[in-house]
Design a protein around this ligand. Structure first.
Ligand code: NAP
Length: 286
């Protein structure tokens, strides 16, 4: 029962309407018997700082940050975990004893969860996009000892910054979507990861699109594993196409639960998180 002592956790993003984090976290909070609720707060890009400053002053016990604010959240935290420092992207925050935002990133552990047992060491991979989630994905692939990592992104300057942040890893290279090598990259990659939001359900309408358009996917072959970080819809247009071509596909729902469980531990210090309850809650909606 929500009462006058109930505090809250929240997701901040633009958009947030597609998110199943409230459903998943509220199921866990209820199971754990905590006097906390989890809400989604849609936030206009220009209002981000004002919203974050306000939340710091009230009974907000923690935040998740989603598209497009993970890199902005990094710049706003006073205290950042080593993994957050490394990625320069924050998806989980709480207020520290000095009343300042303290942040970390739980996406890497979430990202790795569905692929950690796939023997990917030494294999070739391609990441689409160079935003906050791409940073977690690339660190996850580095941790799993992938052989080559290609990053394809539409924005030349953000791509350059991204590659520069990982410049000590010589096996990471960046490309624009219309570069001549793209067909070969798609054909030769053993793992392709979509970290762009293309294909995500938005404002209750299905986005019936493929990242970078139909032609981009011509050379995809059946030996490739295609991992889409989007979880709503569970099977995106990209995953449908990949499945048709005979590829193994992975959707973003396992990552969602795994990163959410780590965030819940960060906010509450509870280690024993009811993962099955969280999975069951989101599966009702997918
Ligand atoms: P972000 O920081 O805004 O990054 C998005 C990236 O996609 C940027 O490189 C952006 O390029 C690119 N992009 C956006 N729209 C595009 C378009 N129309 N065509 C080509 N590229 C486009 O967002 P994020 O936080 O990384 O999230 C990205 C996606 O991952 C979202 O769908 C999110 O829901 C999903 N995600 C899922 C999980 C999970 O638990 N399953 C966790 C994290 C993220 P520009 O820089 O040019 O805009």
């Amino acid at each position: 029962m929500i009462n006058s002592k109930t505090s809250f956790l929240a997701l901040i993003g633009n958009p947030v309407e597609h998110s199943l984090s409230p459903v998943m976290h509220n199921a866990a909070l209820e199971f754990l018997g905590l006097d906390l609720i989890y809400i989604a707060i849609p936030c206009k890009n220009d209002d981000f700082h004002a919203v974050m400053n306000g939340l710091k002053k009230i009974n907000c016990k923690g935040l998740n940050i989603t598209i497009p604010f993970k890199e902005k959240a990094f710049k706003l935290c006073e205290e950042i975990s080593p993994i957050g420092q490394q990625l320069k992207a924050i998806n989980t925050l709480k207020v520290n004893n000095n009343g300042e935002w303290q942040g970390t990133n739980t996406d890497i552990e979430g990202f790795i969860n569905p692929i950690k047992n796939l023997s990917l060491s030494g294999k070739k991979s391609t990441i689409l996009g160079s935003g906050g989630a791409a940073r977690s994905a690339i660190q996850g692939l580095i941790n799993l000892n992938l052989g080559e990592i290609h990053v394809i992104s539409r924005n030349e300057s953000s791509l350059k910054n991204f590659i520069n942040d990982f410049k000590s890893f010589k096996f990471i290279k960046g490309y624009l979507p219309d570069d001549a090598q793209i067909n070969d990259l798609i054909n030769n990659s053993e793992l392709i990861i979509n970290t762009t939001p293309i294909g995500m359900k938005k404002f209750n309408k299905d986005y019936d699109e493929l990242p970078f358009g139909e032609n981009f996917w011509q050379s995809l072959n059946s030996k490739t594993i295609v991992y889409d970080l989007i979880y709503n819809p569970k099977i995106t247009k990209l995953l449908k196409l990949s499945e048709k071509k005979g590829c193994q596909i992975i959707d973003g729902s396992e990552m969602l639960v795994a990163q959410g469980a780590k965030s819940l531990t960060y906010w509450t210090n509870i280690e024993d998180i009811p993962i099955e309850i969280m999975k069951k809650a989101i599966n009702k909606y997918l």
